[in-house]
Design a protein around this ligand. Structure first.
Ligand code: PLP
Length: 338
């Protein structure tokens, strides 16, 4: 069983490599909410996303002399984290991805010195390729979300937020495979059992939401989303992140592509932050009135900045966006409530 002690150990392992990102106030979101609102800026990690925490913690016990290397499947940011952490320790890394992953993310991983394998059209296909590499070449697989060391690494974000602001009432956590939300909820609730932790996903292809509803890990159809980092399944043989999210999250809220589009504009125009669609789901949930009025300060995690700048520019300019066979109609930024 994973406990606060594992997260405290992870904090030591990632020290001076993947810790200490700023927690900054958002005056605009505070004006919307009527309570202080904070952004934990994981977009400022060296790889541009929080996944470095889990990857560094998972690679820490691996011996570069006796182990042939590490592998993982990834929508991009976990692959970047594993590539960065492995290179730092002189360990071979092979990153498996599906064809849906944007080219900017693939290039980013190659630039970090890792080998890339493109396999299939879903996260599950990429995972199967990663498993084959483990069998054939003896590589160690590092799950993006269902590994105790990875979850403990992501949980360090919860420690840092509560150390900076012990009075936080509600944490809004972007939710995909649940390593982040599970780890953060475990850390936060170990420190303050009455804190509320809410997972947020996009409403198209939210695997953890469907799984919690069904009471067991289920598959959902994977479709392109502005929140591409939130895509993918949770694994039908999920061992850890499913039960953590089921037991610790107070709620899971879903937001639409249009709400994500507007929240990306809001974070950019009001806070001047460039962030992925996956990061703004907490902001989208508040702007769309889907979060009950909190009793105290709220924080969300700006999980990463690794996006396609061409698409981001279109969103900022209010142009339409095509996601496969789905179109988000263009809309120029209009401040919430005006
Ligand atoms: C991976 C990721 C998430 C979701 O994390 P999970 O542990 O899979 O729930 C959110 N945002 C970004 C930018 C990510 O890369």
């Amino acid at each position: 069983m994973l406990t606060l002690a594992d997260i405290l150990t992870a904090r030591n392992a990632i020290k001076d490599i993947a810790d200490g990102t700023p927690l900054v106030p958002s005056p605009f979101m505070e004006s919307v909410l009527g309570k202080p609102f904070f952004l934990k800026l994981e977009n400022m990690q060296p790889i541009g996303a929080f996944k470095l925490r889990g990857a560094v913690n998972a690679i820490a016990p691996i011996d570069p002399v006796t182990m042939p290397g590490v592998t993982c499947c990834s929508t991009g940011n976990h692959g970047r984290g594993v590539a960065f952490a492995a290179r730092q320790r002189g360990i071979r890394a092979v990153i498996c991805m599906s064809e849906l992953v944007p080219k900017a993310k693939v290039d980013g991983i190659k630039a970090l010195g890792a080998e890339v394998r493109i396999a299939g059209t879903s996260q599950d296909d990429a995972l199967a390729e990663s498993k084959r590499l483990c069998e054939r070449e003896g590589l160690v697989e590092i799950s993006p979300f269902d590994d105790p060391l990875v979850v403990a690494g992501q949980g360090t974000i919860g420690l840092e937020i509560l150390e900076a602001r012990p009075d936080i009432d509600t944490l809004l956590v972007p939710l995909s495979g649940g390593g982040l939300a599970g780890g953060v909820a475990l850390a936060a609730k170990s420190i303050n059992p009455s804190i509320k932790v809410i997972g947020i996903s996009m409403d198209r292809g939210a695997a953890m939401h469907a799984s919690i509803r069904e009471g067991r890990p289920v598959e959902v159809k994977e479709v392109p989303s502005l929140a591409d980092s939130l895509g993918g399944g949770i694994g039908l043989a999920n061992r850890l992140s499913f039960s953590l999210c089921r037991d610790l999250l107070d709620d899971v809220v879903l937001v639409s592509e249009e709400e994500i589009y507007h929240a990306m504009q809001t974070l950019y125009y009001e806070d001047r932050i460039v962030a992925e669609g996956a990061c703004v789901v907490g902001i989208a949930a508040i702007l769309s009135g889907k979060i009950a009025k909190p009793l105290g300060p709220v924080a969300t995690i700006i999980t990463g900045r690794n996006l396609d700048m061409e698409m981001f520019t279109k969103i900022i300019n209010g142009e339409s966006i095509r996601l496969g066979d789905y179109t988000i109609e263009g809309l120029r930024y209009q401040r919430h409530g005006t």
